[in-house]
Design a protein around this ligand. Structure first.
Ligand code: FAD
Length: 332
């Protein structure tokens, strides 16, 4: 990823698309076709494959990563969580990734170990065998065992990470010292939790860029955006992610409530506006402007957003033809 970024012209926009491994063979077959179509039509700089906490989707995540990297030739970033994962499992995941030709890892903590309700601080409970407590342990471990072989990304939360056990509650202030450490331990890029509140994102990016440690001066920061796929779904997502939905945006979604297609169309408008606002914020710092889309394995909304915001990079005539296969965004 860092090599590809270095080759982009200053000020260029780029994006990544995130997918999770389906549960069934039929799901894999459908997703493979969709990925192929999306890759040709949308030309992401890279794709992300999620990892189930504790390694619960290890086999399927690697299977999907193989489809992306090997079969479709896409630059793939494999997510890897570290809590509830033994060192042996981490070693195996990294070796498997290497064997597939994967050079990019998003190093994450994952869900904290069970029985969190018994803890009084945000220190995840460490068992005797547990080698990793926080994402930084994984970043350090990958650098120690694999040097610079992997390009490493880490997660950040514009509105603060929501751990129930935080003594200070959810805040960027609480996370910042750890994010500095994570970055200084060798992270190459930062991807954020989804958000809808542009002011929160602007504060976040400004705080990072101006941080006295200098840790975030040049590091690529990819804001995470999730296309809106339905009214109930967005209610659930904002609750789970603890991302604030500004009242004015909620009012637009409320007005479309009851008509799924309209909610999606309003969602395309809202996320496209966010993209343009983030572009504006990012134009204050040099370097390419990156975005990360949580696709939920769906094709249409993200295609509309990328089309509307002019983010699909030009391709060969053959690829341009594939782009035409994307349906025209609905007008409101
Ligand atoms: P950390 O960086 O370890 O931070 C976790 C919390 O601990 C933060 O509140 C931080 O402030 C605090 N902290 C960090 N270090 C210390 C320390 N030394 N002492 C005290 N407190 C500390 N989850 C999955 O299971 N699979 C995925 O594929 C996945 N993909 C994701 C992709 C993105 C872009 C993002 C933003 C999140 C993703 N997650 C995924 C969710 C993530 O695993 C959870 O949010 C998790 O609870 C935190 O992970 P982290 O890597 O941010 O943890």
């Amino acid at each position: 990823i860092t090599d590809k970024l270095a080759a982009l012209p200053a000020g260029a926009t780029y994006f990544s698309l995130e997918f999770f491994p389906p549960k069934t063979a039929m799901g894999f077959s459908n997703l493979r076709d969709r990925l192929d179509r999306m890759a040709r039509a949308l030309r992401p700089l890279f794709v992300n494959v999620t990892w189930g906490a504790g390694g619960s989707t290890a086999t399927k995540s690697l299977e999907l990563a193989e489809i992306c990297q090997r079969e479709l030739g896409l630059t793939t970033c494999l997510h890897l969580t570290c809590t509830n994962m033994s060192r042996q499992l981490i070693d195996k995941a990294l070796e498997d990734a290497k064997a597939l030709g994967i050079r990019n890892i998003l190093a994450l903590r994952g869900d904290p170990p069970r029985r969190a309700e018994y803890r009084t601080t945000d220190e995840p409970e460490r068992s005797e065998e547990e080698d990793f407590a926080y994402a930084i342990d994984l970043v350090r471990y990958i650098r120690k065992t694999h040097g610079d072989y992997f390009c490493i990304g880490v997660a950040a939360y514009p509105e603060g990470h929501a751990d129930e056990s935080h003594p200070l509650g959810q805040s960027l202030e609480h996370d910042l010292p750890y994010l500095v450490e994570k970055t200084q331990a060798g992270a190459d890029f930062i991807m954020t939790q989804l958000f809808f509140d542009i002011e929160a994102y602007e504060d976040f990016e400004t705080t990072l860029r101006q941080h006295p440690s200098g840790a975030f001066k040049d590091i690529p920061i990819l804001p995470g955006l999730m296309p809106i796929q339905g009214y109930q779904m967005i209610k659930r997502t904002t609750k789970l992610s603890h991302a604030k939905m500004p009242e004015a945006l909620m009012a637009r979604l409320d007005a479309a409530k009851g008509d799924d297609e309209k909610v999606k169309a309003v969602g395309v408008e809202i996320i496209s506006e966010l993209v343009e606002q983030v572009k504006e914020i990012k134009s204050r710092t040099p370097g390419p402007k990156g975005f990360h889309f949580y696709t939920l394995n769906l094709e249409k909304s993200v295609s509309f957003i990328l089309e509307k915001t002019g983010m699909i990079p030009p391709g060969t005539p053959e690829l341009a033809e594939a782009t035409l296969a994307i349906p025209v965004p609905p007008t409101l």
